[in-house]
Design a protein. Structure first.
Length: 271
Protein backbone atom coordinates (compact mmCIF):
# COMPACT_ATOMS: atom_id res chain seq x y z
CA UNK A 1 0.00 0.00 0.00
CA UNK A 2 1.21 3.49 -0.83
CA UNK A 3 0.44 4.81 2.63
CA UNK A 4 2.50 2.05 4.24
CA UNK A 5 5.33 2.59 1.79
CA UNK A 6 5.25 6.31 2.56
CA UNK A 7 5.96 5.56 6.20
CA UNK A 8 2.44 5.80 7.68
CA UNK A 9 2.85 4.27 11.19
CA UNK A 10 -0.75 3.04 11.51
CA UNK A 11 -1.43 -0.74 11.44
CA UNK A 12 -2.03 -2.34 8.04
CA UNK A 13 -5.61 -3.27 9.02
CA UNK A 14 -6.48 0.34 9.80
CA UNK A 15 -4.93 1.53 6.54
CA UNK A 16 -6.94 -1.03 4.59
CA UNK A 17 -10.16 0.02 6.33
CA UNK A 18 -9.51 3.70 5.55
CA UNK A 19 -8.71 2.90 1.93
CA UNK A 20 -11.88 0.83 1.66
CA UNK A 21 -13.92 3.71 3.10
CA UNK A 22 -12.39 6.15 0.61
CA UNK A 23 -13.27 3.88 -2.29
CA UNK A 24 -16.88 3.65 -1.09
CA UNK A 25 -17.42 7.28 -0.07
CA UNK A 26 -15.54 8.76 -3.08
CA UNK A 27 -14.50 11.86 -1.14
CA UNK A 28 -12.61 13.16 -4.20
CA UNK A 29 -15.55 12.81 -6.62
CA UNK A 30 -17.87 15.84 -6.55
CA UNK A 31 -19.63 14.97 -9.81
CA UNK A 32 -22.04 12.51 -8.20
CA UNK A 33 -24.33 12.70 -5.15
CA UNK A 34 -22.67 11.81 -1.83
CA UNK A 35 -22.86 8.23 -0.63
CA UNK A 36 -25.26 7.63 2.24
CA UNK A 37 -25.67 4.68 4.55
CA UNK A 38 -28.01 3.33 7.22
CA UNK A 39 -26.30 3.25 10.59
CA UNK A 40 -27.96 1.66 13.60
CA UNK A 41 -26.47 2.35 17.01
CA UNK A 42 -27.93 0.38 19.91
CA UNK A 43 -26.81 1.40 23.39
CA UNK A 44 -28.38 2.03 26.80
CA UNK A 45 -28.76 5.76 27.43
CA UNK A 46 -26.96 5.39 30.75
CA UNK A 47 -23.85 4.16 28.94
CA UNK A 48 -23.65 7.27 26.76
CA UNK A 49 -22.95 9.67 29.60
CA UNK A 50 -20.90 9.39 32.82
CA UNK A 51 -22.79 8.76 36.04
CA UNK A 52 -23.41 11.80 38.22
CA UNK A 53 -22.69 11.22 41.93
CA UNK A 54 -24.96 12.89 44.45
CA UNK A 55 -23.64 14.63 47.59
CA UNK A 56 -23.95 12.71 50.82
CA UNK A 57 -24.81 14.07 54.26
CA UNK A 58 -21.19 13.67 55.48
CA UNK A 59 -19.85 15.73 52.60
CA UNK A 60 -18.82 12.77 50.51
CA UNK A 61 -20.43 11.48 47.37
CA UNK A 62 -23.03 8.79 46.92
CA UNK A 63 -22.58 6.68 43.75
CA UNK A 64 -25.08 7.50 41.05
CA UNK A 65 -28.24 5.45 41.11
CA UNK A 66 -29.14 3.29 38.16
CA UNK A 67 -31.90 4.85 36.06
CA UNK A 68 -35.39 3.46 36.36
CA UNK A 69 -36.23 0.66 33.95
CA UNK A 70 -39.39 0.13 31.98
CA UNK A 71 -39.78 -3.57 32.61
CA UNK A 72 -43.18 -5.19 32.41
CA UNK A 73 -44.88 -1.81 32.86
CA UNK A 74 -46.55 0.52 30.35
CA UNK A 75 -44.52 3.34 28.80
CA UNK A 76 -46.14 6.46 30.24
CA UNK A 77 -45.96 10.12 29.27
CA UNK A 78 -43.58 10.68 32.19
CA UNK A 79 -41.25 8.01 30.77
CA UNK A 80 -41.31 9.74 27.38
CA UNK A 81 -40.53 13.14 28.88
CA UNK A 82 -37.64 11.63 30.85
CA UNK A 83 -36.36 9.94 27.69
CA UNK A 84 -36.41 13.24 25.76
CA UNK A 85 -34.54 14.95 28.60
CA UNK A 86 -31.91 12.21 28.46
CA UNK A 87 -31.58 12.56 24.69
CA UNK A 88 -31.22 16.35 24.98
CA UNK A 89 -28.40 15.93 27.51
CA UNK A 90 -26.25 13.89 25.13
CA UNK A 91 -25.15 16.73 22.86
CA UNK A 92 -25.72 20.50 22.33
CA UNK A 93 -29.15 21.09 20.84
CA UNK A 94 -30.28 17.58 21.67
CA UNK A 95 -29.98 14.39 19.68
CA UNK A 96 -31.57 15.01 16.29
CA UNK A 97 -31.74 13.19 12.97
CA UNK A 98 -28.87 14.12 10.60
CA UNK A 99 -29.60 16.15 7.47
CA UNK A 100 -31.25 13.86 4.94
CA UNK A 101 -31.34 11.01 7.45
CA UNK A 102 -33.64 9.64 10.11
CA UNK A 103 -33.52 8.88 13.82
CA UNK A 104 -35.41 6.03 15.46
CA UNK A 105 -35.49 5.56 19.22
CA UNK A 106 -35.98 2.01 20.48
CA UNK A 107 -37.28 1.37 24.01
CA UNK A 108 -36.39 -2.01 25.51
CA UNK A 109 -36.98 -3.67 28.83
CA UNK A 110 -34.22 -4.76 31.21
CA UNK A 111 -33.76 -8.04 29.30
CA UNK A 112 -33.28 -6.29 25.96
CA UNK A 113 -36.69 -7.17 24.53
CA UNK A 114 -38.03 -4.42 22.28
CA UNK A 115 -41.09 -2.64 23.67
CA UNK A 116 -41.63 0.18 21.19
CA UNK A 117 -40.00 2.34 18.53
CA UNK A 118 -40.65 5.99 17.76
CA UNK A 119 -39.19 8.93 15.90
CA UNK A 120 -38.04 12.04 17.70
CA UNK A 121 -41.09 13.94 16.42
CA UNK A 122 -43.45 11.23 17.70
CA UNK A 123 -41.83 11.36 21.13
CA UNK A 124 -42.18 15.14 21.26
CA UNK A 125 -45.85 14.86 20.26
CA UNK A 126 -46.51 12.30 23.01
CA UNK A 127 -44.67 14.40 25.59
CA UNK A 128 -46.64 17.55 24.74
CA UNK A 129 -50.04 15.86 24.64
CA UNK A 130 -49.51 13.51 27.56
CA UNK A 131 -52.17 10.97 28.42
CA UNK A 132 -55.44 11.75 26.59
CA UNK A 133 -57.48 10.34 29.49
CA UNK A 134 -55.70 12.37 32.18
CA UNK A 135 -54.64 15.68 30.62
CA UNK A 136 -54.43 17.42 34.02
CA UNK A 137 -52.08 14.87 35.64
CA UNK A 138 -48.88 16.76 34.79
CA UNK A 139 -47.85 17.14 38.44
CA UNK A 140 -48.70 13.57 39.45
CA UNK A 141 -48.27 11.55 36.24
CA UNK A 142 -50.68 8.73 35.58
CA UNK A 143 -49.66 5.18 34.71
CA UNK A 144 -51.56 5.00 31.42
CA UNK A 145 -49.62 3.67 28.41
CA UNK A 146 -48.91 6.20 25.66
CA UNK A 147 -46.34 4.26 23.61
CA UNK A 148 -46.45 0.59 22.67
CA UNK A 149 -45.74 -1.75 19.80
CA UNK A 150 -47.72 -1.03 16.62
CA UNK A 151 -51.25 -2.45 16.61
CA UNK A 152 -52.39 -5.14 14.14
CA UNK A 153 -53.77 -4.05 10.78
CA UNK A 154 -56.60 -5.71 8.88
CA UNK A 155 -54.73 -6.25 5.60
CA UNK A 156 -51.86 -8.22 4.11
CA UNK A 157 -49.28 -5.43 3.82
CA UNK A 158 -47.71 -4.44 7.18
CA UNK A 159 -47.95 -0.83 8.27
CA UNK A 160 -44.84 1.40 8.18
CA UNK A 161 -44.80 1.32 11.99
CA UNK A 162 -44.80 -2.49 11.98
CA UNK A 163 -42.02 -2.51 9.37
CA UNK A 164 -39.93 -0.21 11.55
CA UNK A 165 -40.60 -2.21 14.74
CA UNK A 166 -39.74 -5.59 13.18
CA UNK A 167 -36.62 -4.24 11.45
CA UNK A 168 -35.30 -2.72 14.68
CA UNK A 169 -36.15 -5.87 16.64
CA UNK A 170 -34.68 -8.41 14.21
CA UNK A 171 -31.80 -6.43 12.62
CA UNK A 172 -30.97 -9.37 10.36
CA UNK A 173 -32.71 -12.25 8.61
CA UNK A 174 -34.03 -14.41 11.42
CA UNK A 175 -33.24 -17.75 9.77
CA UNK A 176 -30.71 -19.35 12.15
CA UNK A 177 -27.23 -18.82 10.77
CA UNK A 178 -28.15 -16.06 8.29
CA UNK A 179 -26.80 -12.58 8.95
CA UNK A 180 -28.20 -10.63 5.99
CA UNK A 181 -29.24 -7.15 7.24
CA UNK A 182 -32.95 -6.66 7.85
CA UNK A 183 -32.95 -3.66 5.51
CA UNK A 184 -32.47 -6.11 2.63
CA UNK A 185 -34.93 -8.71 3.93
CA UNK A 186 -38.66 -9.27 3.48
CA UNK A 187 -41.13 -8.84 6.32
CA UNK A 188 -42.85 -12.21 6.35
CA UNK A 189 -45.99 -13.56 8.00
CA UNK A 190 -44.80 -16.53 10.08
CA UNK A 191 -48.30 -18.00 9.85
CA UNK A 192 -49.27 -17.20 6.27
CA UNK A 193 -51.87 -14.50 5.83
CA UNK A 194 -53.77 -16.82 3.47
CA UNK A 195 -53.98 -19.34 6.32
CA UNK A 196 -55.43 -16.81 8.75
CA UNK A 197 -52.18 -15.40 10.12
CA UNK A 198 -52.67 -11.82 11.38
CA UNK A 199 -50.63 -8.85 10.22
CA UNK A 200 -49.30 -8.29 13.71
CA UNK A 201 -45.81 -7.84 15.14
CA UNK A 202 -46.27 -11.16 16.94
CA UNK A 203 -46.62 -12.83 13.53
CA UNK A 204 -44.06 -10.89 11.48
CA UNK A 205 -40.33 -11.45 11.17
CA UNK A 206 -37.55 -10.51 8.77
CA UNK A 207 -36.43 -13.19 6.32
CA UNK A 208 -34.09 -12.68 3.39
CA UNK A 209 -35.54 -13.50 -0.02
CA UNK A 210 -33.83 -16.92 -0.13
CA UNK A 211 -35.15 -18.06 3.27
CA UNK A 212 -38.52 -16.43 2.63
CA UNK A 213 -38.89 -18.61 -0.46
CA UNK A 214 -37.67 -21.68 1.43
CA UNK A 215 -40.29 -21.13 4.13
CA UNK A 216 -43.05 -20.50 1.58
CA UNK A 217 -42.34 -23.16 -1.03
CA UNK A 218 -40.20 -25.92 0.54
CA UNK A 219 -42.14 -28.74 2.13
CA UNK A 220 -41.55 -30.04 5.63
CA UNK A 221 -40.26 -26.84 7.20
CA UNK A 222 -41.99 -25.41 10.28
CA UNK A 223 -41.63 -21.85 11.59
CA UNK A 224 -43.00 -20.65 14.94
CA UNK A 225 -42.60 -17.17 16.45
CA UNK A 226 -42.99 -16.66 20.20
CA UNK A 227 -44.40 -13.46 21.67
CA UNK A 228 -40.92 -12.49 22.90
CA UNK A 229 -39.53 -12.67 19.36
CA UNK A 230 -37.85 -16.08 19.54
CA UNK A 231 -38.17 -17.87 16.19
CA UNK A 232 -38.26 -21.68 16.14
CA UNK A 233 -37.26 -23.24 12.82
CA UNK A 234 -37.72 -26.99 12.40
CA UNK A 235 -36.19 -28.74 9.39
CA UNK A 236 -37.92 -31.60 7.53
CA UNK A 237 -35.66 -34.02 9.43
CA UNK A 238 -37.01 -32.78 12.78
CA UNK A 239 -34.05 -30.68 13.93
CA UNK A 240 -35.09 -27.40 15.59
CA UNK A 241 -32.94 -24.34 16.01
CA UNK A 242 -33.94 -21.12 17.71
CA UNK A 243 -32.91 -17.58 16.85
CA UNK A 244 -33.58 -14.66 19.16
CA UNK A 245 -33.57 -10.93 18.46
CA UNK A 246 -30.04 -9.58 18.99
CA UNK A 247 -29.48 -8.01 22.39
CA UNK A 248 -32.00 -10.11 24.30
CA UNK A 249 -30.94 -12.12 27.29
CA UNK A 250 -30.33 -15.86 26.92
CA UNK A 251 -33.57 -17.78 27.34
CA UNK A 252 -33.89 -21.33 28.55
CA UNK A 253 -36.07 -23.74 26.53
CA UNK A 254 -38.88 -23.70 29.08
CA UNK A 255 -39.01 -19.89 28.85
CA UNK A 256 -39.67 -20.08 25.12
CA UNK A 257 -42.85 -22.10 25.41
CA UNK A 258 -43.79 -25.68 24.67
CA UNK A 259 -41.40 -27.31 22.14
CA UNK A 260 -42.80 -28.19 18.76
CA UNK A 261 -44.14 -31.77 18.50
CA UNK A 262 -41.55 -34.44 17.65
CA UNK A 263 -38.81 -31.81 17.38
CA UNK A 264 -35.22 -32.50 18.41
CA UNK A 265 -33.72 -29.28 19.77
CA UNK A 266 -29.99 -29.42 19.07
CA UNK A 267 -28.90 -25.97 20.18
CA UNK A 268 -30.09 -22.60 21.37
CA UNK A 269 -27.20 -20.44 20.22
CA UNK A 270 -28.02 -16.75 19.64
CA UNK A 271 -27.60 -16.75 15.87
Amino acid sequence: MDAENDGDPRPIGQLRALTHADLILRAWDDTRPPVTAVLTVTAPLASLRPPTPTPAADGGAVPAQEPGEVNGRPITAAHVRELLAELDSLCPGGLQAPAGGSLTVAVTDADGALLATATRRELERIASRGCPDHPDRSVTPCACPVLDRPPPVDRYRPSPAQQRFATVRDRTCRQPGCGLPAAWADLDHVVAHADGGPTDCDNLCCLCRRHHRLKTHASGWNFHLDADGALWVTTPSGVTRVSRPPGTAFLEPHELGVPLPDAEIVDLMPF
